[in-house]
Design a protein around this ligand. Structure first.
Ligand code: SF4
Length: 95
């Protein structure tokens, strides 16, 4: 189900399932918890999402996926803003 910004990666019905979904997402601890992971306006949601990520076996490919696709939300225990700070080869402004 889409909420305007986010495609539900886990739904397998009604045409919203992404057949190109990476296989590692089968092991994701966040399956079915979209409200928690895509609610960056709530510090409580962010904290709970990060706790779940800390126990997830696929954090490494998850982080790379989020960086490569410039995803919104909490991925691999990082928020959208935190990943923006981590992006490699980000051009620096010249003064
Ligand atoms: S690391 Fe976090 S966001 Fe990524 S798949 Fe696991 S639980 Fe989901």
């Amino acid at each position: 189900m889409s909420n305007g910004h986010v495609v539900d990666l886990w739904s397998e019905g009604e045409g919203v399932f992404r057949p190109d979904r990476p296989k590692w997402q089968d092991q994701a601890r966040c399956r079915g918890m979209l409200d928690l992971f895509f609610n960056e306006g709530s510090s409580i949601s962010i904290r709970k999402a990060k706790e779940i990520c800390a126990m997830c076996p696929v954090r490494k490919p998850c982080l790379q996926f989020a960086l490569d696709n410039e995803e919104y939300g909490v991925w691999a225990g990082t928020t959208t803003v935190e990943r923006g700070r981590r992006k490699p080869n980000k051009p620096r402004r010249r003064i």
